[in-house]
Write a protein that binds this ligand. Sequence first.
Ligand code: ATP
Ligand code: NCN
Length: 205
Amino acid sequence: MGQQEVPTTGRGKRRLGVMGGTFDPIHHGHLVAASEVAALFHLDEVVFVPTGQPWQKGHKAVSPAEDRYLMTVIATASNPQFSVSRIDIDRGGPTYTIDTLRDLRALNTDSDLFFITGADALSQILTWRDAEELFSLAHFIGVTRPGHDLTDDGLPKGGVSLVEVPALAISSTDCRARVAQGDPVWYLVPDGVVRYIDKRQLYRG
Ligand SMILES: Nc1ncnc2c1ncn2[C@@H]1O[C@H](COP(=O)(O)OP(=O)(O)OP(=O)(O)O)[C@@H](O)[C@H]1O
Ligand SMILES: O=C(O)c1ccc[n+]([C@@H]2O[C@H](COP(=O)([O-])O)[C@@H](O)[C@H]2O)c1
């Protein structure tokens, strides 16, 4: 892992990383994964795409999309390689990565796409809508995450790379629980996100 061959890009094409997530809230696990993959895969940019309605999290209450979007903007603003897209929020309805990738390809005809996903999400990918078509739209990069096995079993050969990233045992679930209990989330999420959670009184239960 980490030493895998970097897939080549079409001639003259930009290399655009895509980091999808519910980001409720965005934390340093997300940011380190994106930064590490950007360096290893020579990406020109990583676009963070907050979900509109994450249909597989349907049983859990999710914060308003605008709050998740703004926290993602705050967290990524200082990195010139990072940007944030509203496409999944503005499309409306449940979020499917097949739509994310189709839309991003249409908007970025000069780019090859690299979809970044943690080990937990990668292990669920065959349950996603139109799973078999996903791999024709982007190269998938699975990253290690503490507590989860990283494997490409059952996934198309050549469609997925597996990468070891610095282990950060941080989850949005844990951040929300900490805020609800009055515990600090300093240094688990960027400072501006701590301030935003406080200002908007998110996760107070
Ligand atoms: N600590 C981490 N290390 C590596 N990848 C991560 C980490 N946390 C999240 N990811 C990956 O980032 C993407 C978006 O994750 P998401 O926004 O659902 O965060 P989460 O912490 O898993 O949230 P929740 O706890 O609410 O389920 C997913 O592909 C997920 O696997
Ligand atoms: O396409 C799907 O059916 C699908 C199902 C579950 C998750 N995803 C995507 O996986 C990414 C991480 O999702 P989540 O719910 O773990 O925050 C995000 O980009 C989601 O849109 C996609």
